[in-house]
Write a new protein. Structure first.
Length: 197
């Protein structure tokens, strides 16, 4: 297992090195978006709730239409039920965004915690690849955000969702920038080799 991971490290670093520019640009956009979410946490929280509500309503509507393409009545009824539930959840979330923010905060807390655990495991799997420590830092930070979200419920759900989501996005952006920069430096030819060529 360790040998397989070690053999994959050059491919991992080569893939990141070939897309360094895009990674850095994405990281900078995430840093700006995260900063905006931190500065305006209440707006971010309601914005997230409204976006999720719209997506749920659209997904439900599409699912209802798609349900009639199934061959049997059992599958049609099941797909219709799922579509109606999604559509109903989207409409309720649009009508009651405050309660929606609380529910979303619970889901986001669980998602951040899961993301943090998975990134931490991945960081140890790619070790000692260049920049693995940044991935580990990102994993620990995401798990901490999830725990903080759970801890702050329910009174601070309105500001916590936007604020902590912004912090996580900001750290993820910095991780991308630092990871791309670190691997870029490690793949550059030494100065002596440059001068000889």
């Amino acid at each position: 297992m360790a040998t397989i991971i070690q053999d994959d490290l050059p491919d991992f670093e080569a893939n990141i090195s070939s897309s360094r520019g895009w990674m850095i640009a994405t990281g900078i956009i995430m840093i700006l978006a995260g900063t905006g979410a931190i500065v305006f946490p209440l707006i971010t929280s309601f914005g997230v709730a409204i976006c999720v509500a719209i997506l749920l309503a659209i997904a439900g509507f599409v699912q209802i239409i798609h349900a009639f393409s199934y061959p049997s009545w059992g599958k049609i009824l099941l797909a219709l039920l799922v579509g109606i539930l999604w559509l109903f959840a989207g409409i309720v979330l649009l009508a009651r965004p405050m309660e929606g923010v609380l529910v979303l905060t619970i889901f986001v807390a669980a998602a951040f915690l899961a993301e943090g655990i998975l990134k931490t495991i991945f960081a140890f799997k790619i070790r000692p690849a260049t920049g693995w420590g940044w991935m580990l830092f990102n994993g620990i930070a995401a798990a901490t955000v999830g725990i903080l979200l759970w801890w702050q419920l329910p009174s601070s759900a309105l500001w916590a969702l936007g604020l902590l989501a912004g912090i996580n996005i900001l750290i993820s952006g910095w991780t991308l920038v630092m990871l791309a920069s670190a691997i870029g430096k490690s793949t550059e030819p030494p100065a002596a080799a440059k001068s000889m060529s």
